[in-house]
Every structure is written in C-alpha cells, then in structure tokens.
Write a protein that binds this ligand. Structure first.
Ligand code: SF4
Length: 233
C-alpha cells in the first residue's frame, strides 16, 4: 500500500504512508523508510539521546546519523555524539555552520543568540542542515507528540514542505515512559544532562533546566515566544 513507484509524487507517497503507518511500530516505520529510500535516508539526532539512531541501526546497520554541531553545544552533548560514534553501528556525520562562532561574532556582534535567536538559528542550524540533507530524500527525527503543543500533530511520516523531503518521526506516538523503557531495555546512550534537570537539550546559551510541571521543551529559549529553531517549524 505504501510502496514507491517511479511516478510517485513524493508528497503523496509521504501522506499515504503517514496514514497507513499511523498505528505501526517504530521499527515497522523505519523498515518502510529504509526499504523505500535506501542510502538516501538518514537519521538526524540532537544527541539528547540515541533512541532513533539505535532503532534505525537495528533496521539498517551502518545507517547515516546526522548531527548538527552549532558550536554552542554543551560538552555533554559532544561527548554523547562521540560515544554514539564509538559504540553504535552507525555512520556519524557532523555538520557545521559555514562560520565559526568567532567569525559570526565578528560579522554580527557577540551573543547573536540573545539579540536575534531566529537569525542565529537560521545561520547555525537551518542552513547547514539544509545543505547536509541535500543528498537524502528522507530524514528521520525524534519528534514526539507529547513534547509540546506545537508537536501534538506530528505525523509518523509527513511531507517536509520547506526542504521537499519526506520526514519520518518513528517515535511520534511514544510517551516519555516509552522512551525511558526503551533506553533501559537496550542500554541506549543518553545525554548526561537529562539526569541533571534538563528535559530537552539544545545549544547551551538557549537551554535551561525545566521546573516541576513544565513541558519538556519549556527550557528552550525560555522567556521568549520562540519555541522551535526552524528545523521543524
Ligand atoms: Fe543560536 Fe541559540 Fe539557535 Fe543555538 S539555539 S543556533 S545558540 S539561537
């Protein structure tokens, strides 16, 4: 039902697969993605945890896992990236922005993230990801519906209008308890900051610990209207 044909419009393919796979398991969704896109499929990971990378490597050992190094990450995040590369059966690809933080500071002034976080995210996240994803037709993310109201309608397979690619969120229907259970069962690497009060881990200047009762992404760009970096919005 969700097989790809030569003449398939990729948007129609994505929408059809999203409906057909809504109740499928994460492994079934990833198996469809690997069967459909082969080497033109990758996983993107923020290195908050390696759950989707682990799932995908079970389906396709050596799968491409793309990490975006903005230059502003916590050391714990870079350490998680290094550990994933060392112990998991994946091909880790690190994308970097065109300019270093020092070069950006020279051009735009220091702490652009405080003055214009949308521009900072556009330069350090959105642009390098778009360049890095050019060789793929489909990418998988770890987005979950329970993370925030803005993610409540995330399809398990959808069409990424901005990039013209199929976007797969195999754990969209999972809860935090599902993630915790998978991590415990499979000994999956997680970012140490998750044990230190952080519920969602992004760039250091724009991430704080969450308070009791806050949703998982409340610690990202806290105090600002901004809730997404532009990768998923
Ligand atoms: Fe810049 Fe903050 Fe966006 Fe990171 S999350 S790219 S530091 S604005």
């Amino acid at each position: 039902m969700t097989a790809r044909t030569e003449t398939d419009d990729p948007r129609a393919l994505a929408e059809r697969a999203g409906r057909a796979l809504e109740d499928a398991s994460a492994l079934e969704i990833l198996t469809w993605a690997v069967d459909t896109f082969g080497a033109r499929f990758c996983v993107t990971s923020s290195m908050e945890d390696a759950v989707v990378a682990h799932l995908a490597s079970r389906v396709r050992p050596g799968v491409d896992v793309v990490f975006l190094d903005t230059g502003y990450h916590f050391p714990e995040t870079l350490g998680t990236r290094d550990a994933v590369e060392a112990v998991m059966d994946v091909r880790l690809i690190t994308l970097t922005p065109r300019r270093t933080v020092a070069e950006q500071d020279a051009e735009h002034g220091p702490r652009l993230h405080d003055r214009d976080p949308d521009l900072c995210c556009a330069l350090r996240k959105v642009a390098p990801l778009e360049e890095g994803l050019a060789e793929y037709d489909a990418w998988a993310t770890g987005l979950r519906r329970d993370e925030s109201p803005t993610r409540a309608n995330t399809p398990v397979v959808g069409w990424d209008e901005k990039r013209g690619k199929v976007k797969i969120s195999p754990i969209a229907r999972w809860t935090q308890d599902d993630v915790d259970a998978y991590v415990a069962e499979h000994g999956v690497l997680t970012n140490p900051l998750l044990m230190d009060g952080y519920a969602s881990v992004g760039c250091a200047p724009c991430t704080r610990r969450v308070l009791e009762g806050e949703d998982a992404r409340a610690g990202r760009w806290a105090g600002r209207a901004k809730t997404e970096c532009g990768l998923h919005g």
